[in-house]
Design a protein around this ligand. Structure first.
Ligand code: SF4
Length: 473
């Protein structure tokens, strides 16, 4: 499904390099491959060992960085960020990496995720005299590091991290070291790779292929990795960890050529499609997927059901970002601009339309009606995830309970609203089995909160909208 139409958006992507003379250029290519994780702003900060220097701006990676500007970013280390604005909203000041200067030197921060206790910490820090430059929750970490009483920088970072709750993959860079930290649940993906003797770190492994890096390993929940002239060091900043990787990364957000904790995204989606076919048991003439993220699941569905996969919907790749409008009416119009049915494929046919999720339902309704207008005899909607009934507080811009159609409607009611002949969601068990992680426990080390309402962390009251405080268990 198309993220910007659906109302389900990833917040950010991060990339970093240590020990390579072309650190800024590699970061540029890394960020470019992570562009699907955020299109509203991007930045790179480099270190030459003596000073930090940064460049950032609103827009796409290719719009913000031109060759001459990139050439000015000289250094052996770099961190970069692509942003989708949710927590704290948009604006230049919220584009990351955030760069701070003090008597002790520079500090640059890049963050993927969302802190659930950011407001509580901000209030506390402001009472102690902090003044925030941005409205982003990321800045909290800088203030906590600065205010920590420990002498060693690493101890200050560990102490600051111990106060954060929620989802965070952090890159913290000074002139002399680059630190990588992942929250105790490991909610967001983060991996380490090598290019020759240099290290790199990325939100998704697809970035390693682009820069020619070899994947080394995934960063573990509660791990702090330090890269410096002394090499790589790893230590836990907490022993209280419980893996809860975001399931929507597998279902929808990450690129099909990425792997998260050893599982390829395309393969996982294909398996979800196979499970869905087994659960749905629908008779039809063709299977089609909503481009791009549902194609893998549709292929799996077709394979398991024996019903041929066809290209029943195509995406117009040349619709610019300017067409993406926030209002509902324009969003609906945007569906027509972005997707077209292939009449020759669907006319007179019983069509299975595979999609990865339903958020508000408006886009699904549009696509069903588009397929019927193009002559489809029946449209059976099959969703390769369970109904999204609960908002995400960990950096995914899902709607509030009220905007989530599955929060207040039964499957039959949703089917009726979207005008489909049948509607099937994959079960929670089918989702876990399809992704295929082998971890012990009820959720196999995955966060399933948007489906089940069982959040892996405490949800702080200031994270919730007033009407949601009643609803979250
Ligand atoms: S609530 Fe859903 S979208 Fe958010 S981290 Fe958990 S699985 Fe991912």
């Amino acid at each position: 499904m198309l993220a910007e139409l659906k109302g389900l958006n990833e917040e950010c992507g991060i990339f970093g390099v240590w020990g390579h003379e072309k650190a800024a250029q590699l970061t540029y290519y890394g960020l470019h491959s992570l562009q699907h994780r955020g299109q509203e702003g991007t930045g790179i900060v480099v270190s030459d060992g003596h000073a930090l220097q940064g460049l950032k701006g609103e827009g796409l990676v290719t719009e913000v960085f031109k060759q001459d500007k990139l050439d000015e970013l000289k250094g052996h280390a770099a961190i970069g960020h692509v942003r989708y604005a949710t927590a704290g909203g948009g604006g230049y000041e919220n584009v990351q990496p955030l760069l701070f200067n003090s008597q002790e030197g520079g500090l640059a921060l890049a963050h993927n995720g969302n802190l659930v206790n950011a407001n509580a910490l901000k209030h506390q820090l402001e009472r102690q005299g902090s003044i925030f430059q941005t409205s982003s929750d990321t800045e909290v970490l800088a203030h906590l590091i600065k205010r920590s009483g420990y002498i060693s920088f690493k101890e200050r970072v560990k102490n600051a991290l111990s106060m954060l709750k929620g989802a965070y993959a952090f890159l913290v860079m000074t002139e002399t070291e680059l630190m990588i930290a992942l929250d105790p649940n490991g909610l967001r993906p983060l991996s380490i790779g090598m290019i020759g003797d240099a290290y790199c770190v990325a939100s998704e492994t697809c970035a390693f292929d682009v820069v020619g890096a070899e994947f080394i390993r995934d960063v573990q929940p509660g791990e702090l990795i330090t890269l410096s002239d002394e090499g790589i060091q790893s230590e836990p900043f907490t022993f209280s960890t419980q893996k809860a990787i975001c399931t929507m990364e597998y279902i929808y957000f990450s690129r099909p050529d990425s792997n998260i904790h050893g599982i390829n995204i395309h393969t996982a989606r294909k398996n979800l499609g196979k499970r869905l076919a087994m659960e749905a048991q629908i008779e039809a003439d063709v299977v089609t997927g909503v481009p791009d993220s549902s194609i893998s699941a549709a292929i799996g569905f077709a394979e398991a059901s024996g019903i041929p996969y066809e290209l029943g919907l195509i995406k117009n790749r040349y619709v610019g970002r300017t067409f993406i409008q926030p209002s509902q009416s324009l969003r609906e119009q945007g569906v027509k601009m972005k997707l077209s049915p292939v009449r020759g494929v669907v006319e007179g046919k019983r069509v299975i339309m595979v999609d990865d999720s339903i958020v508000r339902g408006t886009t699904s309704r549009r696509i069903v009606s588009m397929l019927k207008d193009a002559g489809a005899k029946e449209v059976h909607v099959c969703i390769s995830s369970p109904p999204i009934k609960n908002p995400c507080y960990y950096g995914i811009d899902t709607s509030t309970h009220e905007e989530l159609i599955a929060s207040a409607h039964s499957v039959e009611q949703i089917r009726d609203i979207i005008g489909a002949d049948s509607l099937t969601f994959l079960s929670v068990e089918g989702t876990l089995a399809g992704i295929g992680r082998k971890e012990e426990g009820e959720t196999c080390g995955q966060c399933m909160a948007c489906f089940t309402g069982k959040y892996p962390t405490e949800i702080y009251p200031d994270t919730l909208l007033p009407h949601e405080k009643e609803l979250v268990r």
